[in-house]
Design a protein around this ligand. Sequence first.
Ligand code: ZN
Length: 497
Amino acid sequence: MGHASTRSVALIGLSAHVVDVEADAVPGDAELHLVGLPEMSVWPARARIRAAILNSGTAWPDMRITVSVTPVIPPIYDAAADLALVVALLAVAGAIPPERITGRVFLGELALDGGIRPVRGVLPMVAAAVRAGISSVVVPADCAREAAQVPGAVVMPVTQLADLVDQLRHGAFRDHDNQEPDPAPSSSFAVDLADAPGNQAARRALEVCAAGGHHLFLSGDGPATMLAERLPGILPPLTDEAARKVAEIYSLAGRSHRAQGITPPLSAPHHSETPTAIFGSVAANRPGALSLAHRGVLHLADAPEFARTVLDGLCRPMDSGQVHLAGRGRSVHYPARFTLVLAARPCPCPEGRDCACPPEARRRYRARLALLLSRVAVRAPIEQSNRGTRAGEPSAAVAARVLAARVRAAHRLADTPWRTNAEVPAPDLRTRFPVAPEAAELLRSAVNTGLVTADGLSRLLRVAWTLADLRGVDRPQFDDAAAALELWKGADGDGAR
Ligand SMILES: [Zn+2]
């Protein structure tokens, strides 16, 4: 009897797939069949569609309608295609001219009262639509600003199904004003290193980590978080591609209010957060704190307080640069390449309380971090800075040195897949990037005396290269190797071997 078709987008992890939504009607009892949704989702989706239509003042069509989605939506349906399903149904029933919905993408979840709810992941979904040649996108009003960030997208915001039907019927769409000024891209954090006086060793360690992409361990009773929060501000700005990826991750996490910008992100989960909040959820298709740190900084304050499963579970993402989750019939990967800043106080006593922990208790407390610390190349002590200490050097000055060192490293690594010293694999480090003989000699003796393992040696070499880049010399000399060794040990000599 009739046919109507439109489009929506399904997300698996961050990868978005445009789907065709088609509706067919034949005479018969008033019935709705949904094909191509996961079985568990059919009943709730049908209930939302039915209630939304009836509560929008539209009569339920008196015919047998089948709405099908191809390709089939993956095992978990996140309701973003609700809007496409309902407009296809209404078009085939004659409530909307079918040609008004063809060539458009509809995104949004239906509320029972006929409202249109925001959905997560609008940014990657709209980007996929535009890539597929469909620039006209209908999105929940709350997501319009986010959708409008995709170059080439023509965004139509909607809040109520009744309004949408009315506009489609009369062909009078109100386009989102794409000229609406977005908040200016932030190139600097509100926080500055100038406000964090004292702690010279930790500040230096922060600079080295920023320059080489190394992970950092701050140990002691001091303002670790204050310093970690200032690391993004001295990292080089994100490239366009990285900024786009970061924005997509925040969109999928439902955190699109993060100011779009070129400053690398900071993610600092509390130790009481669930593993799902930290690693992400495959069931909800939601990235966690690790992925919110992608291309930026992951800071774990009071790191030994985190659950052991969280601490040990960090190792694989650190090695691979992504979080892999599987369950409920699907598997997803979320990007997670970050610089880790671990911080730990010497013992589990509450701050400011007189400590009577035996050495064994302190050792056990620190041992919880053993696996992570084997991946950390730079350690620094941290202490409560004395009031009256002269102001610290501002972030801009440190950032300039970091950038110069990064440019040096990138130049050296130009014909390799790596961009920072921390990324260079161990074998290549030895064969392609030899250090000065005296530097090699010093590091060899550190291995021979058992101070450093072979694995640790690679991390030392990478830091030595960063120190050479910061000094602007061609390759690490004796002093760079000696300084790398000091950073490896940390001032209290508690470095993991
Ligand atoms: Zn204690």
